[in-house]
Design a protein around this ligand. Structure first.
Ligand SMILES: Cc1cc2nc3c(=O)[nH]c(=O)nc-3n(C[C@H](O)[C@H](O)[C@H](O)COP(=O)(O)OP(=O)(O)OC[C@H]3O[C@@H](n4cnc5c(N)ncnc54)[C@H](O)[C@@H]3O)c2cc1C
Length: 327
């Protein structure tokens, strides 16, 4: 039996996903006076803006840096910088190309936490189903509690979002919900001494097997040496279903050249099934005013933090327009 969230009344918009796209959408809607609730199945906000602690070490294990091309996102970075939350890490890895790479001073996840400040965000809440009831959405979480909303924004990777709207919204284009994502297997490791990485402390695409490798002490977010190695889509696909011990051995061999004389103290493996969308949709979000639904995220704005942010902004503008028309 479904029960309503006792502490929740109907809202203008439910947002599924507290990654950067969902959070900026909620932030902007709240700024225009609309009521919102954000649900995320994860233990923390941020999605792929992810930071983990292992002992004293702090490691980003999703996005490692941010670039900005648009005015609107540059303004967000300038605000974070001014408040001491973001800083420029470097201007390139193998050479200086003049383009700033930004990071969260306390890890990338701290930027998502800043956007979530003051919003009604429910983490540890997996949305299980969304039902269009003719004039509103009934959104149900996996604990069988539900809330109704005039409008809905979905920001989970599209194949995940699709699983709970496909019977409802027959206009959702097939090529959108079948769009595949590359996978990433990441190794997170704390070290007993400095790594062999010099300069900015990271290498971009150093081999066919590795996409990016970084020492977070050199990057400036960890008090002790700690590395993340993101493997390439091809390597990740090859090892995706391999037994855990086999993956760990293969990862240890891959990271060895970057360790120098340091030894790994502790290591963890993180698998990102929906790491990067393979294609970018032609518009910054997809919407259907008949169903009062917007689908957003990096599959629309482009496979980067900035792309996801811009898609969330576009989603909020669509919802604001619909709500204005209704008044
Ligand atoms: C390993 C890796 C490295 C990367 N490196 C970079 C980089 O250096 N620079 C860069 O710009 N970009 C990078 N990216 C890409 C960048 O992280 C993403 O483009 C961006 O963070 C996506 O944001 P989003 O809001 O669209 O999605 P997400 O961050 O994935 O947010 C979606 C949220 O939806 C939630 N969710 C899913 N299903 C449900 C459900 N049923 N109920 C409730 N919640 C649900 C998820 O928990 C998640 O928090 C990287 C990505 C990965 C994985």
């Amino acid at each position: 039996m479904l029960t309503n969230f006792a502490d929740m009344s109907d809202v203008d918009c439910v947002i599924v996903g507290a990654g950067i796209s969902g959070l900026i959408a909620a932030r902007r809607l709240a700024d225009t006076g609309l009521s919102t609730i954000v649900f995320d199945k994860g233990r923390s906000v941020g999605g792929r803006l992810a930071t983990r602690r292992i002992g004293k070490a702090r490691l980003d294990h999703g996005a490692q840096f941010i670039t900005a091309r648009s005015e609107v996102f540059s303004a967000q970075l300038a605000d974070w910088r001014q408040r001491g939350l973001a800083t420029i890490w470097c201007h390139g890895f193998e050479s200086d190309d003049g383009h700033p790479r930004w990071i969260g001073v306390n890890g990338m996840n701290s930027l998502a936490k800043d956007l979530a400040e003051g919003l009604d965000v429910r983490v540890d809440h997996r949305v299980f189903s969304t039902t269009w009831e003719g004039s509103e959405w009934l959104v149900t979480c996996d604990d069988a509690r539900s809330v109704t909303a005039s409008t809905l924004i979905l920001t989970a990777p599209v194949p995940q979002s699709f699983s709970f709207v496909f019977e409802m919204v027959e206009t959702l284009p097939r090529e959108l919900w079948t769009a595949d994502h590359d996978r990433t297997i990441a190794l997170l490791a704390t070290l007993d001494g400095p790594s062999a990485l010099t300069g900015a402390g990271a290498r971009h695409e150093p081999s066919d097997d590795i996409a990016f490798v970084v020492d977070h002490a050199v990057k400036g977010i960890s008090p002790i040496p700690a590395m993340t190695m993101n493997t390439s889509p091809q390597w990740s696909e090859r090892f995706w279903d391999a037994p855990a011990d086999e993956v760990e051995v293969a990862l240890s061999e891959l990271i060895a050249p970057f360790l120098g004389s340091a030894q790994i103290v502790e290591q963890q493996v993180k698998k990102w099934r929906f790491a990067t969308p393979r294609a970018t949709w032609s518009t910054p979000c997809w919407s259907d005013s008949d169903f009062q639904i917007v689908v957003a995220g990096d599959a629309f704005g482009g496979p980067r933090v900035e792309g996801a942010f811009l898609s969330g902004v576009a989603a909020s503008e669509t919802i604001t327009e619909w709500c204005k028309r209704r008044q």
